[in-house]
Design a protein around this ligand. Structure first.
Ligand code: CO8
Length: 269
């Protein structure tokens, strides 16, 4: 079998992609504006999602913010201030596309939330599979206080994650909440000290990267589909993806390794 060459990492001005074995770390690196999402960041993020989708060597992606203060402090207010509605429509569509592409990536995404995750920044984090926050993280959807409402998928994803009442309170008040409250509401999986954020994300990513890659990819597809459909359709989808695992050589390796009392050695096929 011939292996397709991996695509070259594009050159970005606001993003950095580093790799550590099968783990990719994508950093939004615009700390002078608290990593606010202007159209350049969003276009580069879209390109990054397309790039990651074509990187079978990466089994997990960690998404984080550059600098010590913010994950992402929202869409760029200075860019939106003069935006006509028709351009706002395209800008919103771009933000939605980035988040949808992240949700559709073959790899699970862990958002390592290192500070402010506000507005479009919280919406970005909501499209990740798993959220780990530092103790200094602050969440909120302050859009209504600016005259708009969440438009990068936040109303829908928060609703699915925490239910109508809790989502409504955050969206209608625009209240900011701290990491421990986000944990209590089920918005984040874990809260850790700031200096433990990336080590914790890497430790979790390592455990995911050690599992059978095709099984993880299909599990993500089943969770993502299930979240967006009714139970009967979701269960049917799960039936098919579970059966598809039996077409891999990794499943034979996983079963055999169990029987032979050794660690499996997966190849991603
Ligand atoms: N956009 C642009 N610039 C920003 C943003 C932002 N969202 N957030 C921070 N910055 C800039 C500041 O303007 C400042 O720049 P400068 O030094 O040039 O003045 C720099 O980052 C540092 O920020 P602060 O000095 O304000 O830092 P503080 O520590 O004092 O405050 C806060 C930090 C509390 C995070 C504060 O910066 C803040 O409130 N930021 C705005 C948060 C916000 O309202 N976010 C939501 C934006 S709206 C949105 O995300 C909509 C998404 C969907 C759009 C769909 C429709 C098109």
């Amino acid at each position: 079998m011939t292996m397709t060459a991996l695509p070259k990492v594009p050159t970005w001005t606001t993003l950095k992609l580093t790799t550590d074995g099968r783990v990719g770390v994508l950093t939004i690196d615009r700390p002078e504006a608290l990593n606010a999402l202007n159209s350049t960041v969003l276009r580069e993020l879209e390109e990054a999602m397309d790039h990651l989708a074509a990187r079978p060597d990466l089994g997990v992606v960690i998404l984080t913010g550059g600098g010590s203060k913010a994950f992402v402090a929202g869409a760029d207010i200075k860019e939106m201030v003069t935006l006509p509605a028709i351009e706002a429509r395209a800008f919103t569509a771009l933000g939605q596309r980035v988040n949808a592409k992240m949700e559709e990536l073959p790899q699970p995404v862990i958002a390592a939330i290192n500070g402010y995750a506000l507005g479009g920044g919280m919406e970005l984090a909501l499209a990740a599979d798993i959220r780990i926050a530092s103790e200094s993280a602050v969440f909120g959807l302050p859009e209504v206080g600016l005259g708009l409402h969440p438009g990068f998928g936040g109303t829908q994803r928060l609703l699915a994650l925490v239910g109508k009442g809790r989502a409504a309170e955050l969206v209608y008040t625009g209240d900011r909440i701290k990491a421990d409250e986000a944990l209590r509401l089920g918005i984040v999986n874990k809260v850790v000290p700031q200096d433990q954020l990336l080590p914790t994300a890497h430790a979790m990513a390592g455990r995911i990267a050690a599992a059978a890659p095709v099984a993880v990819m299909l599990a993500k597809a089943a969770l993502t589909r299930g979240n967006a459909t009714d139970l009967t359709t979701g269960l049917r989808y799960e039936n098919e993806t579970a059966a598809l695992c039996f077409s891999t050589s990794d499943i034979r390796e996983g079963f055999t390794a169990f029987i032979e009392k050794r660690k499996p050695c997966f190849e991603g096929k």
